[in-house]
Write a protein that binds this ligand. Structure first.
Ligand code: FE
Length: 333
């Protein structure tokens, strides 16, 4: 699987490297899949005449490629998911910090890097999902409360290897300090109904099937499954509404450090924060536009509104290593 990815990326790149890049062309490396980015780029090309070439791969091989290519990279823009990954890319020095009045006006600062190296484009809530058959929403309140005794043998979690859970844990550390955060995570592990899942969809299906009663997932996975299975016996619950709010993470992008076409890349990135692009970029994946002036799709609006945690999401990156060690100590596989 991994080998195939790398091979495909290598083939795609050979093609890119073989062409002389025109000024009216931007090259994008994306860990977001084709069907989620192509509609946005097609629209940009229609509006501006600027062509967008892209390759897609998993975030780790894309980052490795950018580092290996260094100053010779054909890539102008990197698109990836989770502030933890964008922060990592920034630390590796593959992104170019920039100042943009357009991006600053369109995207709230909590969803951008403080250095200007990347910006969020769409948002997803990582929140509680529960069985509509075995749980009343009144029984739920916060991430922390899922560590209580009454959820023993009822909780499902995804693997701690996934950056989404590392980012959530990082925000727990930032909010409570390491000691309390570890207590919470240990409580979760003690309450597990079964081994952690490889993905969020399998987790929601396990709740639907009666294997567990509550879990924590990204909102769009719920949206996708609900579309396929309208009778799904699971619902989203907005966590921590009485205190700091739901953990919201993002998909985002940054101009690369050695972009052959940095100016054109910045223009594309700026355009991606504007209303027409935002509706498409978020809409195709049932996410929330990062530009607060733009409404989510009707399907997403139907889940109801919520209060989001105001913590800058780059905290997810800053405390990532600490979060991984904590999850390991707590026995979260
Ligand atoms: Fe995802």
């Amino acid at each position: 699987m991994q080998a195939n990815h790398t091979l495909l990326a290598a083939l795609a790149l050979t093609t890119l490297a073989g062409t002389v890049q025109a000024a009216d062309e931007v090259v994008v490396y994306s860990s977001r899949i084709d069907e989620l980015i192509k509609p946005v780029f097609d629209q940009y090309t229609r509006e501006t005449g600027v062509k967008v070439k892209f390759i897609t791969d998993k975030e780790a091989p894309l980052l490795a490629r950018l580092k290996a290519e260094g100053a010779n990279t054909p890539a102008d823009l990197l698109i990836t998911v989770d502030a933890g990954n964008l922060w990592q890319a920034e630390q590796e020095g593959v992104l170019k910090p920039l100042t943009s009045k357009v991006i600053e006006a369109n995207i709230p600062s909590q969803y951008r890097s403080s250095t200007g190296a990347w910006t969020g484009l769409s948002l997803r809530a990582r929140t509680i999902v529960y069985s509509t058959e075995r749980v009343k929403p009144e029984e739920l309140s916060s991430y922390e409360a899922l560590a209580d005794k009454n959820w023993e043998g009822r909780l499902c979690l995804r693997s701690s290897k996934k950056v989404y859970n590392q980012s959530l844990t990082a925000t727990l550390i930032e909010t409570h300090g390491a000691e309390k955060a570890e207590q919470v995570v240990k409580g979760w592990v003690a309450n597990l109904a079964t081994d952690p899942f490889a993905d969020d969809t399998a987790l929601i299906q396990a709740i639907d099937a009666g294997q567990c009663d509550v879990g924590i997932v990204n909102s769009y996975y719920y949206g996708r499954l609900q579309k396929q299975q309208p009778d799904l016996k699971a619902k989203l619950f907005w966590a921590n509404q009485a205190d700091r709010g739901v953990h919201v993470n993002l998909a985002g992008a940054g101009v690369t450090q050695h972009a052959p076409n940095a100016e054109a890349a910045q223009k594309l990135l700026e355009w991606m924060t504007t209303a027409p692009a935002q509706a498409v970029f978020a809409g195709v994946n049932q996410e929330f536009p990062a530009n607060a002036q733009v409404k989510p799709s009707a399907e997403v609006l139907a889940w109801g509104t919520f209060k989001a945690d105001t913590l800058p999401v780059e905290v997810a990156g800053k405390r990532q290593a600490e979060a991984i060690r904590l999850m390991d100590r707590a026995g979260w596989n």
